[in-house]
Design a protein around this ligand. Structure first.
Ligand SMILES: [Zn+2]
Length: 327
């Protein structure tokens, strides 16, 4: 993880191993529980099973959180959960699905999994664009006016040796991440799944990694569909073994993942096209430059505050700026 973070904020090695083991157990329990959907609700339609799987995942998420807080009194690790989820699906594919999958599909899926492991490591250890000599407190930085922030960050930029006009535009959007306890250039959001901020340096790779997840999951669905067709498990839903139930439950799990990730990617593309970051979009009332104060009309007592985006220069220019400032 990046070096400027407060070291005391990090769990010890034993604590980290404990959190990884907890995440691993949670991944196995989640998939074993999900396999009960095609096994015990075999007469239900596929869409109903998908809805039940979504409901069960939400219940497991809530129950897991409650167990960690009250019984275990320990935290799990979200990046470890993502890692073990990929490992579980890949291990299941390797031991059950792979024998019936044609060579080209097998190569595509394995390359996808390899990319996800490398990508996960890279995004977790990347520097999102930390401002290394920031001195202002987080609340001060958020609440000051745009001109004041600009002025101080210009000074910061000079101190950093990056005083160009191009950098000045980006430094206006330096935000503070309370989780990493660091100032991040062009912060998009703190991603719990990857355990790191998404900012100026790793935002394009974050989008590439999301596309990698979508492509690999689509490839897994194709491979598992071939397995389902060849083994005839959809024709005899009441006689499923554990591995056959897992084949169907992992399809349900991956479809839910795909739906969520496709929506997330569409939202991110919209944010890039509109030149607004996720954190700004959600918490725009925290940032003065996004607030347009409308004076009260006759008969009204209070002023209205509406959203406006001062960084929006039109879709083409916004995309050009996003790509140019990161190359
Ligand atoms: Zn962060």
């Amino acid at each position: 993880m990046f070096e400027s973070q407060n070291q005391s904020n990090y769990p010890s090695r034993c604590n980290l191993i404990g959190r990884c083991i907890l995440s691993c157990i949670f991944v196995f329990l989640t998939h074993l529980t999900l396999s009960g959907i095609p096994r015990f609700f075999s007469t239900f339609s596929f869409l109903t099973q998908l809805a039940l799987s979504a409901l069960l995942l939400l219940l497991l998420l809530g129950f897991g959180g409650w167990c960690r807080r009250t019984v275990l009194k320990a935290k799990a690790s979200a990046p470890a959960f993502v890692f073990f989820s990929i490992l579980f699906v890949w291990g299941f594919y390797f031991s059950v699905i792979r024998p019936v999958v044609p060579r080209p599909n097998d190569v595509v899926f394995n390359c996808g999994v390899g990319f996800l492991f490398v990508g996960l490591y890279r995004i977790m250890t990347s520097d999102p664009g930390i401002v290394r000599n920031g001195s202002a407190s987080p609340d001060q930085l958020v609440e000051r006016s745009l001109s004041q922030v600009d002025e101080e960050l210009e000074l910061m930029a000079i101190g950093l040796g990056h005083g160009s006009a191009q950098d000045s535009g980006l430094l206006m959007r330096v935000r503070y991440c309370k989780i990493c306890k660091a100032y991040i250039k062009d912060l998009d959001h703190h991603c719990p799944a990857f355990g790191n901020c998404i900012g100026q340096n790793n935002h394009p790779f974050f989008l590439i990694l999301l596309f990698g997840f979508i492509g690999t999951e689509a490839s897994y669905l194709m491979c598992t569909s071939l397995f389902a067709a060849k083994s005839g498990i959809l024709d005899r839903p009441s006689e499923l073994t554990l591995s056959e139930s897992l084949a169907i439950s992992t399809i349900l799990f991956i479809i839910l993942q795909l739906l969520w990730q496709v929506m997330f990617v569409i939202w991110h593309i919209y944010c890039v096209c509109a030149n607004i970051r996720t954190d700004e979009w959600i918490k725009w009332k925290k940032y003065p430059e996004f607030q347009l104060v409308i004076p009260p009309e006759p008969g009204q007592r209070f002023t209205n505050i509406r959203f406006c985006n001062p960084y929006d220069k039109g879709m083409v220019q916004n995309v050009k700026e996003f790509l140019a400032l990161r190359t």
